[in-house]
Ligand binder design. Structure first.
Ligand code: PLP
Length: 353
């Protein structure tokens, strides 16, 4: 174990006490409302953290990419996995079928007939049953069928294809009231046809503590809540005290009285502003504005700060979007008090296929 003060910068640190509390609070909230907790591992990409979430009571995990599923199955984190991405092309369907054999609880989402037919052909080719959920766009405007009738039609079509097993409906993120209204209408269609819908899966950290307002949800997928970030704080779902990820950075220059330069730029904080102003929140100087980044420089406007940092000073920046920051570095440092307790390789870093 080494001392935090010896950590070279920039370093992406995780306050273990805060992360553990986040895992506990999320699990307790969903359990209280009888909703399964299926954390999205894209936020941390670290099997050891997935295991902590499973030990706390998660029913399974969510992955966005086959490469993430491979890493987490190899590490024995969970059998019950939902892959929330349309899978296309034989290179991917072959890998998916191999995973279906290894993790019998694996299910995948789809939102169109082309994907359904490819999965069915792959299932037949490999002699494997493919469990699928239909993804529904309930207001976000990304992937997903557009109407309850389209969800029903696609589920029925896909379920009739060889090797395809319908498991339920999925959306991201929960939006009120549109998500509830969409699912109400969709479930009525399935009920009318006598077609069971065992799973209704919602998601998103800002929607986590109100997931119970969508009574048909059987499970919720949240990722960011394990660390939290500027986006989550601005949504009102967390406070700075709930933010476990902090980029430890050095003030390398003070070119003017009103400006500080940090040694973390887009290669650590990324240029993903996630709908927020600036590029992060400096905990020691809350009035400071990380207004601009170049690759290796964080350019901080200090004009609103009464106190201003010196060259050589260490500061901690909560990023706007913690999930993309994990993907930028080889290791995350788990710290408790003054000690670095654990160094985690970011095992699923870069697994974008
Ligand atoms: C399909 C899906 N489910 C769940 C999540 C988790 O959302 P959050 O990171 O807001 O918790 C995401 C995040 O991008 C997602 O894309």
């Amino acid at each position: 174990m080494s001392a935090v003060k010896e950590l070279d910068t920039p370093a992406v640190t995780i306050r273990l006490d805060i992360m553990e509390d986040n895992i506990r609070r999320v699990q307790a909230h969903l359990a209280k409302h009888g909703i399964g907790n299926r954390p999205h591992i894209k936020t941390h990409k670290i099997p050891a953290i997935g295991k902590l979430q499973m030990q706390a009571g998660a029913m399974g995990i969510t992955c966005q990419k086959i490469g993430e599923v491979e890493v987490f199955v190899d590490a024995g984190v969970a059998d019950d996995i939902l892959l929330t991405f349309n899978i296309l092309g034989q290179a991917k369907t072959d890998r998916l079928m191999a995973l279906c054999r290894r993790a019998p609880g694996l299910a995948v989402v789809l939102d169109n007939e082309v994907v359904a037919r490819e999965l069915s052909i792959a299932g037949a080719r490999h002699g494997v049953d493919v469990r699928f959920l239909v993804e529904c766009d309930t207001g976000f405007g990304r992937t997903g069928v557009q109407t309850p009738a389209a969800a029903f039609d696609l589920a029925r079509l896909a379920a009739r294809l060889p090797r395809m097993q319908f498991r339920g409906l999925m959306t991201f993120p929960n939006r009120e009231p549109t998500t509830r209204e969409f699912f109400e209408r969709a479930l009525a269609l399935f009920k009318g046809a006598g077609m069971p819908v065992p799973v209704v899966s919602g998601g998103g950290t800002p929607a986590l503590f109100t997931a119970q307002n969508i009574p048909m949800l059987t499970e919720h997928r949240a990722g960011t809540c394990v660390f939290n970030d500027v986006m989550v704080v601005s949504s009102g779902t967390a406070t700075w005290d709930n933010c476990a990820m902090r980029v430890r950075a050095t003030v390398v220059s003070r070119p003017t009285d009103g400006r500080a330069i940090l040694d973390c730029g887009t290669k650590v904080l990324t240029s993903d502003q996630y709908g927020q102003k600036g590029f992060g929140h400096v905990l020691e100087y809350p009035e400071a504005v990380v207004g601009n980044l170049s690759e290796e420089h964080g350019i901080v406007d200090l004009s609103a700060c009464a106190e201003r940092p010196q060259v050589g000073e260490i500061v901690h920046v909560v990023p706007n979007h913690c999930c993309v920051v994990s993907n930028m570095v080889d290791e995350l440092y788990g710290v408790r008090g003054e000690a670095v307790e654990v160094v985690w390789p970011v095992a699923a870093r870069g697994r974008v296929r």
